[in-house]
Write a protein that binds this ligand. Sequence first.
Ligand SMILES: Cc1ncc(COP(=O)(O)O)c(C=O)c1O
Ligand SMILES: N[C@@H](CCCC[NH3+])C(=O)O
Length: 472
Amino acid sequence: MRAHPAGPRSGELHADRPTEQAPADPNRLDQHVWPRNADRGPGGALRLAGVDVRDLAGDYGTPLMTMDEADFRSRCRDFANAYGSAEAVHYAGKAFLSSEVLRWLTEEGLSLDVCSGGELNLALRAGFPAGRITLHGSNKSDAELALAVEARIGAIVVDSFDEIARLAGLVESADRGEDDPIPLMIRVTVGVEAHTHEFIATAHEDQKFGFSLAGGAAAEAVRRIVVCRGLRLIGLHSHIGSQIFDPSGFEVSAHRLVGLLAAIQQEHPELADTLTELDLGGGLGIAYVGSDDPPAPDAMAKSLLDIVSRECQFAGVATPHVVVEPGRAIAGPGGVTVYQVGTIKDVALDGGLVRRYVSVDGGMSDNIRTALYDADYTAVLASRDSDAAPVLCRIVGKHCEAGDVVVRDCYLPADLVVGDLLAVAATGAYCYAMSSNYNRVPRPPVVTVAAGDTRLMLRRETDDDLMLLEKW
Ligand SMILES: Cc1ncc(COP(=O)(O)O)c(C=O)c1O
Ligand SMILES: N[C@@H](CCCC[NH3+])C(=O)O
């Protein structure tokens, strides 16, 4: 592999808005973007946990998604160490869930956050310990609540007055009384403007989640829970958003939640022994491109645990157990998507500029995040390395949609040809989980890579799978 002089800059040969400069060596794998066990092997081909992507493509076809087991597990442990207990770490299943991932989580001793009956059902069927599950949702159905109560999950995070009333109704039918109450947490809107994409910020006042702290709805929710003997308030929850790098939002949230905890304990001293959890939610960001520099989980944990214990001392309340719900920061970095290159087009733009469109055999059906959030990704030529000059490219999918963009701007070698394999990094979270069958394109498989070996985690969808719902 030879380092290369910088390729065209934005606005020279190729058009607009590259988020990254041309890399000095386009074959290099930025360590904090790629899985911990990624490297280049014979012929410069990308290896994921010791497995050559050419073998992966040969065995499983393309497009395919891989999940590095050791990377995933090591991030579970990073969080467990940072928060002093694996149980305090509630993996957010919405990021990516499968029965195999649930087995890893069970073995690592983590807890689990689910936000639908579908996620809950999968977890229960996979044998995940019900007592370590919390259920979220701003519009839970009666069936979802009944399932959670019947399965005796660890806690239901209530999100509306209506839900509290429906749960109070369930107490009788589920025969749950004072001796066997249903454990609840309250989702609190702490009024923090998280610095992230507006679609994924969730603790400012004007949105659908939670009970407002400032407006008094959170305090009123507590009053409505404590009068029902079959319900038990065990914690307060807040989630300020996702893909956040700036710790200050979490710090303000922790500070405000402790303030609320103290106020609640003053109004309801009987809760002192049972209201013992403070759930600060998920949201820790990851590196999608080389310039991203998210804080490490242990640094973030230290600052949050310090704040909570200091504020509790100041407020004169016992320090609660701090719980977090990372999804992306555990599942994201270990995932890689491998595509095969199809059409390559140089498109002339105004002012003599040219943009190289590189089409791949997947697209917005396996990664909607670029179209939805204008997310940035890193991609490399994966089936070989190359000495050719880097060219600014746009990687696009096969869907009938002009916005079907996988990577808006990236530098790929000028000698890229049809049939080459491309790999996109950090696709482990919210890609498969948000995938679709748009244009009736079947979902790719997910393959576990571990210590030089592969295992099919989720098989590729087939055209027959897509016809299963037809009534004919
Ligand atoms: C309540 C809740 N907890 C946890 C998460 C996980 O967030 P992330 O994957 O950004 O860590 C989310 C998603 O944003 C969420 O809504
Ligand atoms: N799905 C989003 C994050 C929101 C997660 C759920 N609150 C993403 O891909 O970044």
